[in-house]
Write a new protein. Structure first.
Length: 320
């Protein structure tokens, strides 16, 4: 009897061990499958990520007062110069201009970058900029009618951002994002702030980052960035790039969206915006001046002043 009980006990132990081993094997298989799924979800395998989202057809251009940025909302366009702000109607008639926009700052600034607009408030990346070096960076908010300063956001110096070349509002999640023209670490990230509180939210590392970013705009879930990455002396074109920033992400994939080989003259690409009503891309481009370390230094042959133009492109979504 004892022998039978002993054999039964041994059999039970063996059975439990087998069940445990089987459960462990199943768990390992599940984890392996998860790892495989993560590994195979590569962005280069997704055409919607790696190919341009739109095709762009040039519709015309308009000379403007301002060499830095452009934004659009409702019935108006706004254009920023390095030290000016201007407001236009939809026929590109100048309505108002502020040639002294730096009143009200607590620290010295001398440069306005690409701009954006949200609820008739202009969002501006302001700084002190000289010969390729920026300091005193801040997010500034202006009234869209008076073009006067209303308030500023506190800048997070620990972010590593060394310059601000453009700013974009994402109304879908109430954030504001800045890009940097200065290269190396500063130019490889996009920097986010809370739209309502101005609190720094963190930075996102661009994978395959463009060089010499000049502007940024948000449109239909994506961020679009201009880069002054063509050498004007060699007649190389500049480019438009696209990326998506997922909630909580620390990095994002950058895709080449458009090569601008159809502008009047290869010069310096600047800011951009989208007209939601007409579904058009608006691109600011400068020609005539030689640019060294972000500063005009003389003119190309045939020019005695710099010309700033907004190029208007009709957009057609590509087949998926």
């Amino acid at each position: 009897m004892k022998r039978i009980l002993l054999l039964a006990l041994i059999a039970m132990i063996v059975l439990l061990a087998a069940c445990s081993a089987g459960q462990k094997t199943a768990t390992e298989a599940t984890e392996a499958a998860k790892d495989a799924a993560i590994t195979t979800a590569r962005p280069e395998d997704d055409a919607s990520v790696m190919l341009p989202k739109y095709s762009y057809t040039l519709d015309g251009s308009h000379e403007v007062n301002g060499r830095q940025g452009v934004c659009s909302e409702g019935d108006y366009y706004w254009v920023s110069g390095s030290t000016t702000l201007a407001k236009y109607d939809k026929n590109w008639k100048l309505i108002k201009e502020n040639k002294d926009p730096f009143k009200g700052y607590e620290i010295e600034v001398n440069h306005i970058a690409d701009i954006d607009v949200y609820n008739n408030e202009l969002y501006i990346g302001a700084e002190y900029f000289m010969d390729g070096v920026g300091k005193n960076i801040q997010v500034a908010v202006y009234d869209g009618d008076t073009l006067e300063l209303k308030r500023t956001f506190p800048f997070e110096a620990k972010s590593g951002q060394l310059e601000c070349s453009g700013i974009a509002v994402n109304p879908d999640n109430s954030t504001v994002w800045m890009c940097s023209w200065v290269g190396e670490e500063s130019g490889r990230y996009l920097y986010g702030y809370d739209l309502k509180t101005g609190k720094y939210q963190g930075k996102v590392h661009m994978q395959m980052p463009p060089q010499w970013l000049q502007g940024i705009a948000y449109y239909d879930g994506w961020f679009y960035m201009t880069a002054d990455d063509g050498t004007a002396d060699d007649k190389e074109p500049d480019h438009l790039y696209r990326t998506k920033i997922e909630d909580g992400a620390t990095d994002c994939i950058v895709t080449l969206e458009r090569t601008f080989d159809d502008v009047t003259l290869q010069g310096e690409i600047e800011g951009l915006t989208f007209d939601h009503d007409t579904k058009q891309l608006l691109l600011l481009y400068n020609r005539g001046a030689r640019i060294v370390l972000g500063m005009p230094k003389g003119f190309y042959e045939g020019y005695d002043h710099e010309i700033s133009e907004v190029f208007v492109y009709n957009m057609t979504e590509r087949s998926k």
